[in-house]
Design a protein around this ligand. Structure first.
Ligand SMILES: NC(=O)c1ccc[n+]([C@@H]2O[C@H](COP(=O)([O-])OP(=O)(O)OC[C@H]3O[C@@H](n4cnc5c(N)ncnc54)[C@H](OP(=O)(O)O)[C@@H]3O)[C@@H](O)[C@H]2O)c1
Length: 250
């Protein structure tokens, strides 16, 4: 399948799944412009090296909690993408509280998980919406998909209420259930503009967050995600999908 992805923005792209998506996308779908965000230059050497070798990669320094800076970020993106707009937003940056038990959970980690995993991607999407609308409108004859405009909210199977059979993990589960709820609203709100919105479980992946026991490498997860991205169409929008395309219960 060959679908043209012109521009993409990936948050949390300095390590883990985000960094792998940058690497794999530049080798496969080869977007013309790939915005990769990082927050701490001292922890982003590999991303910086990639960007110095590949001029399609544009680095943006963002702490996703810095909501006041979102308008400036959207302006910087707008300048580079021009009339073509932004085709794909991947809200990937996330944290996971290590505390599993209710007896140990604290207010601050509940709030931190909610802020980074749910509030931030909602506000990032709000800031980028005019650019996504522009991308979709600039390609009116294409089928809905990444050739027009799409939002991918990187969620987790741990945010599924239906599949929760172990309990615990209040902070992380609630934050991912919240972004799942937001994804459904985005899907409904964006239908008219023909912008797709999905919640994505990347699989259990060997990253700092996923740990060494995870079954999937970042390469395997990214390869699945990219095939899914290529196939995205109206029928996927408003769904909670796994990296291999399987639909998950909310
Ligand atoms: N790995 C898994 O098994 C798994 C499973 C299900 C879902 N997920 C989801 O997949 C996404 C990526 O996870 P990962 O495994 O790649 O995690 P990771 O290796 O821990 O990387 C997390 C990324 O998010 C960034 N980030 C965190 N807080 C941020 C903030 N305030 N502002 C900007 N960036 C911030 C980090 O940047 P810094 O380096 O600056 O901290 C880093 O780039 C997350 O949304 C996660 O919940 C992962």
């Amino acid at each position: 399948m060959s679908v043209k992805l012109r521009s993409v923005l990936i948050t949390g792209a300095n390590r883990g799944i985000g960094l792998q998506l940058v690497k794999s996308l530049t080798q496969t779908l080869k977007p013309e412009i790939l915005f990769a965000t990082f927050r701490d230059a001292s922890k982003s050497q590999e991303l910086q090296d990639l960007a110095s070798q590949n001029k399609t990669i544009r680095l943006l320094q963002i702490d996703v909690r810095d909501h006041e800076k979102l308008a400036g970020t959207a302006e910087a993106v707008a300048k580079e993408v021009g009339d073509g707009g932004l085709n794909l937003l991947v809200n990937n940056a996330g944290i996971s509280s290590k505390v599993a038990k209710l007896s140990a959970v604290r207010q601050q980690e509940l709030l931190d998980n909610l802020e980074i995993n749910a509030v931030a991607p909602i506000l990032m999407t709000k800031a980028m919406l005019p650019l996504l609308e522009k991308a979709s409108a600039s390609n009116p004859n294409a089928q809905p998909g990444i050739g027009r405009a799409a939002v991918v909210n990187v969620s987790s199977i741990l945010g599924s209420i239906g599949l929760n059979d172990l309990g615990g993990m209040y902070a992380y589960r609630c934050s991912k259930a919240a972004i799942n709820a937001a994804t459904k609203s985005m899907h409904l709100d964006f239908r008219k503009a023909k912008i797709i919105a999905i919640a994505l479980h990347p699989g259990w992946v060997r990253t700092d967050m996923g740990g060494t026991k995870a079954p999937l490498s970042t390469e395997q997860s990214a390869a699945g995600i990219i095939s899914l991205l290529e196939s995205l169409s109206t029928q996927h929008s408003g769904k909670f999908l796994q990296y291999d395309g399987k639909e998950l219960q909310w």
